[in-house]
Design a protein around this ligand. Structure first.
Ligand code: SF4
Length: 479
């Protein structure tokens, strides 16, 4: 295997390396006070190079290209779709999430086929579009529709693609190994940049022509044959197709370990060895389990769920699935959310004074931290008990109550600052603040710094309703 000389990994690039290539005028157009601040954000992957508009000017063309090269991810970013709903796949810098944040969460595509009647098609698209789950303040959704040719009939495929395109503006994957079928579908959605799935050793030339003619990304399918996958990648690159995705095959049952090994080997070649022929996003197809011959639908779905979550972990950049039931999809979107959060930053919510129900000047004031998981648990317990109260959310950098007390992010001083900042005195006429039970040890000191009486609430927010029913309003001397 030929290996290009490995460029600096993202971890080795310092903000200074980047700063040197920026215009260094500190003009502030990017929204940051100076170029150094922007360089730091750029190295962390929190902004795009293009956010520095002066860098796009003709005179900075060379610096822009150098910066692009310097910050290019090990796995190419490929866009599928157009307009607001386009998805980006790949764009990975590292093999392991603890090394650097993973970017571009794995889009999940659900299939429809050209043998479904209008009613089935419509119902399925509605389900795909309508799937939505609120998880610690984020809305988790499905991303794409994969239109499969089962009939192998160009006219049937054309009609189905046309119908699907009218029903949804989600990005599309067109699936057929037959170039005539593929072209019939492509003409219906030529402005929507669908993914062409897929080129094989038998059809690569025709599929490459279509990819170039319609300016679409192209998937390569070489199940279980990494040499062939790599060779097709070389051939297609030489032919001029630059936006490639790789499908090394997804095998179930006794093929599970081969599947993970193949995905891992390819990602290792891209990230550790700089193999440009394998530096493309990977497609996982848990949908293949539906060809297993298994009779029980639930067992197939269960296997599909396992495959999907395995591949989200290692290293699929795009998934095609068939199951649409919540119990199969929900674990995937939650797992994906967790894998793709920044491991350096706890998931947090905005600090501040939150209002529940219709509190008045006599209503209780509870306190928690801005760790998202804690906040949404407390919020859910307050809402389900229909309580009228205030909740003071203290900024602890997204750290939970117990850890932030131990790490001194939640202290008597930060509580006093929050009481002052969010003007609690103007909201209620009493002077009682309810601390979570896990922060009980701050109560004495917090009384001194805030001047408020501290009540120690339950350790678990599920006990808030009971606590308030027994202890609120407090009776003088009882607290
Ligand atoms: S827009 Fe560019 S030149 Fe201006 S401050 Fe930001 S990084 Fe510097």
């Amino acid at each position: 295997m030929t290996e290009r000389e490995l460029k600096k990994s993202i971890k080795e690039i310092s903000p200074i390396d980047v700063y040197k290539l920026l215009p260094r005028t500190n003009c502030g157009e990017c929204g940051f006070p100076n170029c150094m601040a922007f360089a730091t954000k750029l190295v962390n992957g929190e902004v795009a190079i293009e956010d520095c508009k002066p860098l796009l000017k003709e005179e900075n063309k060379q610096a822009y290209s150098k910066l692009k090269e310097l910050l290019a991810p090990a796995v190419k970013t490929v866009t599928i779709g157009a307009g607001e709903r386009l998805v980006k796949v790949g764009g990975k810098y590292v093999m392991y999430r603890h090394e650097f944040t993973y970017h571009n969460p794995t889009p999940i595509a659900v299939d429809v086929t050209d043998e479904m009647d209008d009613k089935e098609l419509e119902e399925r698209i509605k389900k795909i579009e309508g799937f939505s789950y609120n998880y610690i303040g984020r809305t988790l959704k499905l991303d794409m529709v994969a239109v499969r040719s089962v009939s192998n009939d160009p006219d049937a495929f054309k009609l189905t693609v046309e119908k699907v395109a009218k029903m949804t503006d989600m990005p599309l994957i067109l699936c057929s190994f037959n170039p005539s079928v593929m072209e019939a579908g492509l003409v219906q959605v030529k402005d929507r940049r669908p993914l062409i799935y897929a080129a094989t050793k038998d059809n690569w030339k025709e599929m490459a022509e279509l990819a170039l003619m319609y300016n679409c990304p192209l998937a390569i399918f070489a199940p279980g044959d990494l040499k062939l996958l790599r060779s097709l990648s070389r051939t297609l690159l030489e032919y001029g197709v630059e936006d490639l995705l790789l499908d090394p095959g997804t095998f179930y049952d006794e093929g599970l370990s081969d599947t993970i090994n193949n995905f891992t080997m390819i990602r290792r070649c891209a990230c550790k060895k700089g193999d440009e022929l394998l530096s493309f996003p990977l497609i996982g197809t848990p949908i293949t389990v539906w060809t297993s011959g298994e009779i029980s639908k639930e067992i197939i779905q269960w296997k599909e769920a396992i495959l999907a979550s395995m591949l989200i972990s290692r290293y699929a950049d795009l998934l095609i699935v068939h199951s649409i039931d919540g119990w199969v999809i929900l674990p995937q979107v939650i797992w994906r959310f967790n894998i793709y959060t920044d491991p350096r930053k706890p998931v947090s919510v905005e600090p501040g004074l939150k209002v529940f129900g219709k509190p008045d000047e006599n209503s209780p004031v509870l306190l928690t931290t801005n760790y998202a998981l804690t906040y949404f648990t407390v919020e859910s317990d307050i809402k389900s008990a229909n309580l009228d109260c205030y909740l003071l959310v203290v900024d602890t950098g997204g750290i939970s109550v117990e850890s932030s007390v131990a790490g001194r992010y939640l202290t008597a001083d930060t509580i006093a600052d929050a009481v002052k900042e969010y003007k609690l005195e103007e909201k209620v006429k009493h002077r009682y603040l309810i601390l979570p039970g896990l922060a009980a040890r701050l109560s004495g000191e917090a009384e001194d710094t805030t001047g408020w009486r501290i009540l120690v609430g339950p350790k678990d927010s599920s006990g808030i309703a009971k606590f308030l029913s027994e202890k609120w309003p407090p009776k003088e001397g009882e607290e």
